[in-house]
Design a protein around this ligand. Structure first.
Ligand SMILES: *Cc1c(COP(=O)(O)O)cnc(C)c1O
Length: 421
């Protein structure tokens, strides 16, 4: 295994040489963000007592309450909560949407149509009567991104001036679209636009895949609230499951009333021994995210050299951990995913095949050999089977293992191309 052809080794060495500045920037970022995390642990006095499991109602759970405060500090937010029983990113975002929106309110998505799994939540797809926002009379509007993939700020402004927008919703990472990620500069621009137009809309950010990729998190740049999953960046590869919501106190509190029930909020909820892995994950998150960022850069540089179109480009700024690689050929997508899977620490014998997925129009192929099921902070790749046959690669608990996985994927792609001339 890992007996790569000399040509591939040469390309990998060239790729790494070309990334020296990028890697230095990523190391510096991770160091800075680690300072923020360690300071928050010290300021909130994280202690062994915080790791004790609670059961039943989970009243007065020191670890849970401390974790919430640590999280708020790291995110530079007034308030936050983190829970293992937020079952996924979609669930976490759903708690925030239902916590904040009321019948008759308008939710305005400014980054085009949100992530696939949210369509049913908003009521864009599926039958009425499933309990979507639409069922409860929440109105949804969206503003498409411009041709160049940027937010159409002029159109957003026009809509805000018409009034009656309760929530401005931004998704940073591209999901299964071929746009670039949107960073916190956009959050800043949207904040300025809200202030300028006098709009009181709640600036809400889907922060999935973007945590620890920039100097600060969305609340610092003026977001009212942001959400994410613990089996992506913020869980550092250590959290077993969960999600978080961070932002202005009044909004986080409304979400907390929805998380449990009105009147209880964050005061109850047994942690069952999950708290330590979430603390540990947050401790690791700056470093683990840096590993994933380096892996994404390496994949971009290597596949650029192999002649594929990649987004972002190897030298582009990194605003999330996702790397798009357009292979232009369904067989190469299968080869890529097969190569990646075979180099995984878990389930390396599995063969990824395209299959139908609930909520997706095209068949989807997924490669993941993760310790934590579905964790995409671990090296993983997925692709909807449609032109331009773009693979979405993300994660890597360690740069070394991710590099091996990416090389094995490249090896399989080159062999598949070679065998067909
Ligand atoms: C992953 C992701 C989600 C949803 O998270 P799940 O855990 O898959 O439900 C939402 N938005 C974006 C941008 C994502 O990348």
């Amino acid at each position: 295994m890992f007996d790569f052809e000399p040509r591939l080794i040469d390309l990998a060495n060239e790729a790494e040489l070309s990334l020296r500045d990028q890697f230095a920037r990523i190391d510096a970022l991770s160091y800075d963000r680690q300072k923020g995390v360690l300071s928050a642990f010290a300021e909130e006095q994280v202690s062994t007592a915080c790791f004790a499991p609670s059961s039943g109602y989970g009243t007065d759970d020191l670890g849970r309450d401390t974790l919430d405060r640590v999280w708020a500090r790291v995110f530079e937010a007034q308030s936050a909560f983190v829970r293992h029983n937020l079952v996924s990113g979609t669930h976490t975002i759903t708690v925030a949407l239902f916590g904040l929106l009321r019948p008759g309110d308008v939710m305005l998505s400014v980054s085009g149509t949100p992530y696939d799994t949210l369509h049913g939540v908003i009521g864009l797809s599926g039958k009425p009567g499933t309990g979507s926002l639409a069922d409860f009379g929440v109105q949804y509007e969206e503003i498409a991104l411009k041709e160049d993939g940027e937010i159409d700020l002029a159109a957003v402004k026009t809509r805000l001036l018409k009034g009656d927008v309760k929530m401005v919703y931004l998704q940073k990472s591209p999901g299964y679209s071929t746009r670039r990620p949107l960073g916190n500069e956009i959050v800043r621009a949207l904040r300025a636009l809200l202030d300028e137009t006098g709009s009181r809309a709640i600036l809400t950010v889907d922060n999935c895949y973007a945590e620890f990729c920039e100097e600060h998190e969305p609340p610092y740049y003026g977001a009212d609230i942001c959400m994410g999953s613990l089996i992506k960046n913020a869980g550092g590869g250590m959290a077993e499951c969960g999600g978080y919501i961070a932002g202005k106190e009044e909004y986080v509190d409304l979400c907390a009333q929805r998380l449990t029930c009105p009147g209880i909020g964050t005061e109850l909820g047994a942690t069952l021994g999950m708290t330590k892995s979430i603390f540990k994950g947050l401790f690791y998150a700056p470093h683990t995210t840096a590993q994933a960022l380096k892996a994404a850069c390496f994949a971009a540089a290597l596949f650029e050299k192999i002649g594929m179109r990649v987004i972002p480009g190897a030298g582009d700024p990194r605003l999330d951990i996702v790397q798009q690689i357009s292979l232009n050929d369904p067989e190469l997508v299968e080869a890529f995913c097969g190569g990646l899977q075979a180099a995984s620490p878990v389930d390396s014998r599995a063969t990824p095949v395209p299959s139908p997925m609930p909520g997706y129009e095209d068949q989807v192929i997924m490669a993941a050999g993760a310790f934590t099921q579905g964790a995409s902070i671990e090296l993983s790749a997925d692709a909807p089977m449609r032109a331009p046959y773009t693979v979405y690669l993300q994660g890597g608990l360690t740069y070394e293992s991710a590099k091996l996985g990416i090389l094995n994927a490249a090896h399989a792609v080159l062999r598949s191309k070679g065998s067909r001339g």
